[in-house]
Design a protein around this ligand. Structure first.
Ligand code: ABU
Length: 524
């Protein structure tokens, strides 16, 4: 044994170790200097804009039959960094993710260095146990009794919402899951292909109906379509003037579905809508779900982070009554992309809904306690629809260890404070007009009205002209690379900006800088 160990100690597993070690170190230096520190420096640009045609000339994207030298590869890496958007930059306030957390980054790099796939304890012992701890703690924070229930890491919030729909449907109609014969499998694949081409959903079943607000994330419709429910059977519930689901309209629509002979099975409430950041009244919706015996899902992909703060968690009051919750730590909690979870109050349902017990992975006669990987009632393994799966847990767990739950609470309080300061600063400022006077989350939606339009409100083409302002200012900010803020039209509103705060590295001076930047870019 000792001789074998000595031999192993001198074995270089990477061929040409020195050659590769030198290369990896040089790459790491470039990334640390250019992407991490220079990329997040306020003095530098958020991006260096080039049109697709220009970028194709600036960087060699072509693939060749002959290898590239290390020097060429280093140049390609520099260019990749150079021409990419610096999403960790303080003025990248464009999306529901931003910031660059040092602990999260190390966790992400460690994940890639180890290259695990989390299906069994055998292959991913550390990550399997880590997932259990993190998901249980998240369920506890949601308010599920004793942290009990189940959960999974998913490749994005859309997929987490899809899992919720799949579990809700299984609970409502368990026979939807096929038995495992080959004939059935082929029949089902054919059926699924057919169904994906239709908008009416699963014909052989009662017409399942799902309810969500008109401001909910598009993934609810998309995954309903993917699962064969059909977009026609996603009933959209009106929102109020602050973007929150109207519970009385929800009742009307449930009654309508019943009167039509449909089978209501699920309500998806949203905690933090994508554009406005509204929180649906979960408690009232939970009462309705109880009355009609419907599955309550809360899509808290965006707003879930507020649960970490005793000051702001009341925004999600009633979430503890949900059957399932989507919560993405890569959003408000700034874990690196991607880090998405689905949390359930029901133990075992994920396995019941999705397991197929692949014999080559989940052998029953392993030498260790296979409850950790067989997809039995409680643990990992066969409850995912994925086979190979990234360990998205490490970066988040590492951040949590580094900051503690209190660190996350401080972070959330700071970003909410920043958003309030920004909103308070523009509310009565000349040239700015808020879409919603008191934003609930850290998205602030507003119009910037250039001087030339300030006295034109009565003109018949005012809306049309205002609609063109945000795209023009966006073009200017992108071309200068000075900041990134997104815009959109919604309902009858012309294009407006949505600025999003989730980096606690920003302070009030940054808020004022961003405001002045709008004034500079929209001066005419
Ligand atoms: N998953 C929704 C995120 C979209 C956005 O960043 O605006």
């Amino acid at each position: 044994y000792q001789t074998a160990t000595k031999k192993l100690a001198s074995f270089e597993s990477l061929p040409n170790r020195e050659h590769h070690e030198d290369f990896i170190k040089k790459c790491a230096e470039i990334l640390i200097r250019e992407a991490v520190f220079e990329g997040t420096n306020r003095k530098n640009r958020v991006l260096q804009w080039n049109s697709p045609e220009e970028l194709q000339k600036l960087m060699d994207f072509t693939l060749r039959t002959s290898p590239s030298s290390h020097d060429e590869l280093l140049d390609l890496l520099r260019n990749t960094v150079n021409y990419s958007v610096k999403t960790g930059h303080p003025y990248f306030v464009n999306q529901l993710f931003s910031s660059l957390d040092p602990y999260g980054l190390v966790g992400q790099w460690a994940t890639d260095a180890l290259n695990p796939s989390v299906y069994t304890y055998e292959v991913s012992p550390v990550f399997t146990l880590m997932e259990e701890v993190v998901l249980r703690e998240m369920r506890t924070i949601v308010g599920f009794e004793g942290g009990r229930g189940d959960g999974i890491f998913c490749p994005g919030g859309s997929i987490a919402n899809g899992y919720a729909i799949s579990c809700a449907r299984h609970k409502f109609q368990p026979e939807i899951k096929a038995t495992a014969s080959v004939t059935n499998l082929l029949k089902n694949i054919a059926n699924i292909i057919l169904l994906l081409l239709q908008t009416k959903g699963l014909h052989s079943l009662p017409r399942l109906v799902l309810f969500t607000s008109e401001d909910a994330h598009y993934s609810i419709k998309k995954l309903s379509s993917f699962l064969g429910i059909g977009t026609d059977n996603v009933y959209l519930i009106r929102t109020d003037d602050r973007g929150r689901m109207d519970p009385s309209h929800l009742i009307q629509e449930i009654e309508r579905a019943l009167a039509e002979g449909g089978a209501p099975f699920m309500v998806s409430a949203t905690a933090g809508t994508t554009v406005i950041g509204a929180f649906d009244p979960i408690d009232q919706i939970a009462d309705i779900c109880e009355k009609y015996n419907l599955w309550l899902h809360v899509d808290a992909a965006w707003g879930g982070g507020a649960l970490m703060s005793s000051k702001h968690r009341s925004l999600l009051k009633g979430i503890e009554r949900a059957d399932s919750v989507t919560w993405n730590p890569h959003k408000l909690l700034t874990a690196p992309q991607q880090c998405s979870t689905l949390l359930l109050r029901h133990e075992g349902l994920l396995s019941e809904t999705h397991s197929t017990h692949a014999a080559y992975l989940f052998q029953k006669d392993k030498f260790y306690d296979t409850k950790f990987d067989t997809g039995t009632k409680k643990f990992n393994g066969d409850k995912h629809i994925q086979c190979g799966r990234r360990a998205d847990v490490l970066k988040f767990w590492f951040m949590w260890k580094a900051k503690g739950t209190l660190g996350f609470e401080k972070h959330i309080n700071k970003v909410f404070d920043n958003a309030k300061f920004f909103a308070d600063s523009i509310r009565n400022r000349v040239g700015f007009e808020m879409l919603i006077d008191q934003p609930e989350c850290t998205n602030v939606c507003f119009w910037y009205i250039p001087e030339s339009l300030r006295n034109a409100k009565q003109d018949s083409d005012y809306k049309e002209r205002l609609h063109k302002v945000a795209p023009k200012i966006k073009e200017r900010m992108m071309k200068e690379g000075s900041m990134m803020v997104t815009y959109q039209a919604q309902k009858s509103h012309p294009n407006f900006f949505r600025i999003v705060f989730q980096s606690s590295g920003l302070d009030r001076a940054d808020m004022l800088h961003l405001i002045e930047e709008f004034e500079r870019l929209g001066r005419d």
